[in-house]
Ligand binder design. Structure first.
Ligand SMILES: [Zn+2]
Length: 457
């Protein structure tokens, strides 16, 4: 315990922060809400935990700030979730809601209606100005809508026509702060902390009204439901359960193809869990866990994008423990394209051709530009990578990629440090029993046999 406390004081010299925030990513997942909002506005003053599970199940007892977004229509804010929010407000919690009217139904709208606020389908007019405690503050703004409020609310920022864009309302011992999404950062790399001179202080001042125990860590809440599909643990919550079966079905279709294309099982210990993410915005892989956006590319109506995404994220686990150099992303999507081809999906060929075409615009024969050069164009890296894989399949296949994966597993000793492009070409050379350094050099790769410790064929 003493060690734990000293760690707390090391991280926060002024003592543990008075705010425990939770950014909700259960109604709609974005990389921005998964940590970047906190980094932009609350890093100094609040500890953040993310909610991945059903909002209705979230324990908010030692939390004083809850951050919500508009959500996605596929996952309405449930009655039980709304009750959890109102209980939190009654106890003194502060809820920040970042949302805009769109002219279409907005999932957070019924929550706001309970408290007398409506997101208008009306564009805010710049410049925006602060009101009351925010008067005189500079207000940066992208774009978004105005809000209609009953007289329980106080405006904090208004547009040039005097319509509210940010406002607050006391509820119980707590408060709701409601504002247009355009007042806050959006970039997944957190490089756009607009309005950071007032957003953090405004939230901290309100959240601190509810006392929490700063020494008791509030926890990340994970998706609370799961079931087994063979060796794979499928994780979801009340809102994403509706997608779980369809996603698993695609994974089960994809997996045997990946086994054949790569010639090996996923690296030992990898892909044990599959998380259904409430988003259409893609997925990620941590090796052990792959997370898949439930309605990516129009799924379940459209299937090819999901086949490609699942193969891509799974592919990241196949290449471990040594991630591929340069083409770690392209090789994952190429695996997806191969699976799509084998499943007879015409979109696979189109995806491949489109990327090759874009690459050729920059380097018509793929012999001129070094894809490893600093600042190399994305289309050059991706196009040239696909060209290499396709050509090796033609000249050393079928099954050239499987030979490569098997050889890579065989020759890389455990505990090895790093895996460079020189190493990679050495593995390819062993796999196809031919020195490929001259060929890669003819494609303008900066590779050199003398820079790898791996043997020649
Ligand atoms: Zn990836």
């Amino acid at each position: 315990m003493i060690q734990l406390l000293s760690l707390v004081f090391f991280l926060f010299p002024a003592g543990p922060p008075p705010v425990h925030s939770v950014c909700d990513i259960s109604q709609q997942f974005t990389f921005y809400m998964d940590g970047r909002f906190h980094r932009q506005y609350l890093e100094e003053d609040a500890r953040d935990a993310r909610n991945w599970g059903s909002l209705s199940e979230l324990d908010l007892s030692n939390t004083n700030l809850l951050v919500l977004t508009a959500g996605d229509m596929r996952i309405p804010y449930s009655k039980a979730a709304r009750e959890n929010i109102s209980g939190f407000l009654a106890e003194g919690g502060t809820v920040l809601i970042m949302a805009d009217g769109t002219g279409k139904p907005v999932p957070i709208a019924p929550v706001l209606a309970e408290y007398g606020a409506v997101l208008e389908d009306h564009q805010a007019v710049k410049p925006l100005v602060g009101v009351g405690e925010l008067s005189g503050k500079e207000v940066a703004y992208r774009r978004g809508g105005t809000i209609k409020l009953d007289n329980e609310w106080s405006t904090l920022i208004q547009d040039a026509d005097g319509r509210p864009v940010l406002a607050e309302r006391r509820v119980g011992k707590g408060a709701i702060v409601l504002g247009s999404r355009g007042l806050f950062g959006q970039k997944p790399d957190a490089s756009d902390p607009i309005n950071d001179n007032w957003v953090g202080p405004m939230l901290v001042a309100r959240a601190s009204r509810k006392t929490i125990d700063p020494k008791l860590r509030h926890r990340v809440t994970w998706a609370e439901e799961s079931r087994q599909a063979g060796p794979l643990k499928i994780e979801f919550h009340d809102g994403t359960e509706q997608f779980a079966d369809d996603v698993v079905e695609v994974y089960e279709e994809v997996r045997p193809h990946l086994l054949e294309i790569t010639g090996v099982e996923p690296a030992p210990g990898m892909i044990q869990r599959l998380l259904i993410l409430p988003t259409g915005g893609g997925g990620f892989s941590s090796g052990v866990c792959i997370a898949i956006g439930a309605w990516w590319g129009g799924f379940p109506e459209k299937r090819y994008p999901m086949v490609e995404l699942i193969a891509h994220e799974a592919g990241h686990s196949w290449v471990l423990p040594y991630a591929e150099p340069l083409w770690n992303e392209p090789i994952a999507t190429w695996l997806g394209i191969q699976v799509g081809r084998r499943m007879g999906m015409p979109e696979a060929e189109k995806t491949l051709e489109r990327q090759l075409r874009k690459g050729r615009k920059l380097d018509p024969d793929f012999t001129e530009l070094n894809p490893m050069a600093k600042g190399a164009h994305r289309d050059l890296i991706w196009g040239k990578s696909y060209y290499v894989f396709e050509t090796l399949e033609k000249t050393h296949g079928p099954g050239a990629m499987a030979k490569y994966f098997r050889t890579k597993r065989d020759v890389l000793e455990p505990g090895r440090e790093g895996y460079s492009m020189d190493d990679c070409v050495a593995v390819w050379s062993l796999a196809v029993d031919e020195d490929l350094f001259p060929w890669f050099q003819s494609l303008a790769f900066d590779v050199d046999r003398s820079r790898t410790d791996l043997p020649s064929p």
